[in-house]
Ligand binder design. Sequence first.
Ligand code: SAM
Length: 229
Amino acid sequence: MPLLPRRFERLKAVLDRRMADLTVLLEHVDKPHNLSAILRSCDAVGVLEAHVVSLKGRQRTFNNTAKGSEKWVPLHAHASSAEAISQLKAQGFRLYGTHLSATAVDYRSCDFTGPTAFVLGAEKWGLSQEATALVDQAIVIPMQGMVQSLNVSVASATLLFEALRQRQAAGLLPSCGEGVPSERYSRLLFAWAYPEVARWCDQQGRPYPGLDAHGAISEKIPRTLRLRC
Ligand code: SAM
């Protein structure tokens, strides 16, 4: 079945608004419903990819809360918080650690228009001391009630939507793909449109075929593969 033009336009419209310079790093957030809800918020805001450091031996799983967003927001696994943080810093991100301490600043006083990574901690014990020491700025969402903290997925949605709001107000939201490096954009568009062909190309170590303006594959691919498109 060829890709419907409407579907191709929708994929492009979503990718056009993705932002490579906004992300989350999840430290030991392991509950499937939380991971799922966070990825769903990332997708809603336009985050290109997210990062995770898992507890050793724990397999990451998602549930229906994700509504399939794990397909659209890749989650990169890192071996440790130190490695993840130094990689993100090397890419130019400013890291905001969510830390419920007296020294953390109100998130609304921060500028999230530049490359921003929110670092969120485990459901039970919060951000590790190691991550807290390595981030650039500790931030907090002020709480007014009896309960000390928010659910981690609610905290990440609050922060991500504040970043979106600030970028929108500053006229910095991408609208035609400028938020994603162009080679990455083309590869992602292909993989979103033709996941099976992309998998096959990856296995074969081949470059992805080109697409025409309507989203049809413009090069020859094996017939068996074409039938699965
Ligand atoms: N007892 C833990 C603590 O002291 O950090 C609570 C962890 S909280 C349930 C899980 C994660 O949600 C936190 O590590 C943080 O990333 C985020 N979070 C929850 N409430 C927050 C708030 N008010 N401000 C910023 N982040 C918050």
